[in-house]
Design a protein around this ligand. Sequence first.
Ligand code: SF4
Length: 464
Amino acid sequence: MTGNGHDRMAPARTRRPDKWAAVSDAEWDDWRWQLSNRLNSCAELAEVIHLTPDEEAGLRAEGKFRVDITPYFASLIDPDDPDCPVRQQVIPRAGELEGFEAMMRDSLAEDEHSPVPGLVHRYPDRVLMLVTTQCASYCRYCTRSRIVGDPHATFSRQQHDAQIDYIRRTPQVRDVLLSGGDPLTLPHKVLDDLLRRLRDIPHVEIIRIGSRVPVFLPQRITDELVTMLRQYHPLWMNIHVNHPKEITPELGRACAKLADAGIPLGNQSVLLAGVNDHPDTIKKLCHELVKIRVRPYYLYQCDLVQGSGHFRTTIAAGLEIMEALRGHTSGYAIPLYIVDLPGGGGKVPVLPNYLISQSPDRAVFRNFEGYISTYVQPTDYKRPRRTRWTAEPTEEPGQKGVSSLLSGEGMTIKPEGWTGTHMRGRAVEEWVNEHDTPEKIDPAPNAQVASGGNGHTPVWQQVN
Ligand code: SF4
């Protein structure tokens, strides 16, 4: 099953539907053939799947997110079962365009964090570089459906130049994630050129690629591609598998090629109602991923974007899954469950509560079985101090956050407008003199001042 030699009895290929019975293996294995024979209409899909009225309505809907499915991925679909987890990910249903409370166009506020088009600088030391709007197939719940899929709008050479120029003049960026769309759909030369130019920037330590191509189009993982990629180490890759049904001999072989080239592989799944929201399914998925040398990395809560309404679960469903993993399988097979906070708050991990109580010298935990035990802590431990062996801090302008409160660099983090609200109309000098605040010590360099609601009261924003 793995395609890397561990299970010699496994079939080498996924069975093809009759529609492609006459297609030669050479054609089928050619990624260009796969891309040019993608399915996107009711008529084409009806040749391989018994479409339901709901799916037909979804496929005929005006204004829907792009539909395109590689023949390979279509061959994984159960033609008779609308509950098939592969089918639900790529075939639209009528309800897909329905709105829901809190639905947003750009729920992660990526556009607000873009200093140049297509480059998202959200976290202190890393950037997301959107290099294309094109994918091999299109996921119905896509977080970036606002920009992905338009065949006439993708990122130009000039925009790539501007993205790279920003990275070059921003030395705090040590990690660049290429995504999109799917970077592995770019022409070979374009991807090679982007990677080379990034690798030439001395402060870029690692490059990562986020791609669903190995899943939608494993034929694209050719020797030629892998030979090019391995020139740019350290290069990491995250793939995107949601259900064990997507783990095929073809995907196993593609991952083996990448792993053999020294590219560490991780997997990002999205928690999808009706697709993979059962603990047993995620556990099986994680086990199958580890077998093909892919480390489960993230399990994402569905974002608040159009198309994801009927896929969304509760946070409790995600926690139940995490409860069923920790202790029940090896740590390597357990992803982090992540909520990417709406409004651009970034990723936060969520996990069941294992620390159940603590005193100054004792911490009480429960394990996955419900066994409760005490860790006795030292009473003479002192905070770590800097020595010549301590690593230098990295630059995180304006983003030190809660860790800066623990290290004593700050005392407070205030919601926007907090200070102005509590000034209750008094003059700035009067208020500062009355309060023992960081602003009292050094108001000017640290505070951004904006006009308040009454026209003369300043509203002081985040002080860091
Ligand atoms: S592969 Fe990624 S970017 Fe492309 S449609 Fe799927 S989720 Fe969106």
